[in-house]
Design a protein around this ligand. Structure first.
Ligand code: DP6
Length: 360
């Protein structure tokens, strides 16, 4: 498919107003997206577990205006309060997606949004937020073009969400999602994410992710800037090649359920992501001392207990502890006994693999 396939032909129905609510989950990448080209095209493919508990719920109330306006007409409420600092991001998103949703300037939109996780948890809401918004907008498009199939609906929602935030395109469906063109993955695309199309061992069908909130403050360097620093990065090409290779290697690991090999790739990806940050110009460090303390304790516990917990990181100091269902008691006990002490105010979130966004 090409971007032309997402430009609608003539709409068949007229609508005046309506209201829709979508709840979209966050996701955690196993192979990381870090670096992008123009128009939100990823520099390398990535794969993620869709989460369940960490989610954004967004309601859009839409009403047709008497005449098409020159600007986007919308108001934005976050937890019931007007949220003007989110407006510029939404304006940019709308201007990027307008060619694919030409009705946008004909409607007044009231957008009410809230997250299941605390606002200052250091957990980015852009993935779940942009996915929920894209799905709500797709609902409006389906009202004026009921012929849209479910497959096209989800694919276009992912395509639109990507234009808001790259990782958001992986938050429409579940449970294992791949984004970015990869030779070994049939149907993979830079334009939208797909459900991972190959066999997945049952051990990965129920996986836990306990998110340790190490630092809830504002990040020193945003993902947007971090992605840009991959341009002219001394190790960029090797890193992009490595992501392709890791995805190829994951194919047999995901099928066989080989947890030791899984851990090696997932932890290496997390540390490589942060290594890219530490070796860009300018360089920066998002991990905190407690991030490293937690990683070392995970390694020591894994060696002494023979369990299969591992960690991954996103662009921040928080640690995602991943572990299979059949080890959940012993690992959770370890987290409470040893790791929670390194979380800011002892805070953490118990999440697990989830199955995608839902209309509420
Ligand atoms: C480290 O999707 O937040 O979480 O496209 O600029 O919005 P933008 O970036 P974003 O980057 C996410 C980076 C990551 C890795 C990943 O989720 O694959």
């Amino acid at each position: 498919m090409t971007i032309k396939d997402f430009i609608p032909s003539k709409y068949t129905h007229q609508i005046q107003q309506g209201k829709v609510t979508y709840k979209a989950p966050s996701n955690i990448a196993l192979v990381k997206y870090w670096g992008k080209k123009a128009d939100q095209i990823p520099a390398n493919p990535s794969i993620s577990f869709t989460l369940d508990a960490c989610a954004t719920t967004t309601t859009i109330s839409y009403s047709k205006m008497n005449a098409k306006s020159n600007d986007f007409s919308f108001e934005l409420l976050f937890d019931g309060e007007p949220k003007d600092d989110f407006r510029p991001k939404i304006e940019i998103f709308f201007s990027r997606i307008e060619p694919y949703l030409p009705f946008l300037k004909e409607f007044y939109l009231k957008i009410e949004t809230s997250n299941s996780f605390p606002h200052s948890s250091g957990i980015a809401s852009s993935a779940s937020g942009m996915a929920a918004l894209a799905l709500g907008l797709m609902h409006i498009e389906k009202e004026i073009n009921p012929a849209i199939t479910d497959e096209h609906f989800n694919r276009k929602a992912s395509f639109l969400a990507r234009l808001g935030s790259g990782s958001a395109c992986r938050s429409v469906e579940g449970d294992l999602i791949q984004w970015g063109s990869h030779n070994g993955t049939e149907g993979s695309s830079d334009l939208y994410a797909i459900k991972y199309p190959y066999a997945v061992h049952k051990v990965f069908q129920k996986y836990h992710d306990t998110i340790l909130l190490v630092d809830k403050g504002q990040k020193q360097v945003s993902s947007t800037i971090g992605h840009k620093l991959m341009h002219n990065h001394p190790f960029a090409e090797q890193r992009f090649d490595q992501a392709h290779e890791n995805l190829s290697k994951l194919k047999s690991i995901l099928a066989s359920g080989n947890l030791n090999d899984f851990i090696r790739i997932v932890e290496s990806e997390a540390l490589t992501l942060h290594a890219m940050m530490m070796t860009s110009i300018p360089y920066f460090i998002l991990m905190k001392p407690n991030t490293l303390e937690i990683i070392n304790r995970i390694w020591a516990f894994r060696a002494s207990s023979g369990t299969h917990l591992c960690f991954t990181l996103d662009a921040g100091a928080n640690v995602h502890v991943l572990y299979p269902e059949n080890e959940k008691e012993v690992v959770y006990q370890f987290i409470k006994d040893e790791l929670v002490a390194f979380c800011e105010k002892g805070q953490y979130i118990c999440d697990r693999i989830g199955f995608g966004a839902k209309k509420v």
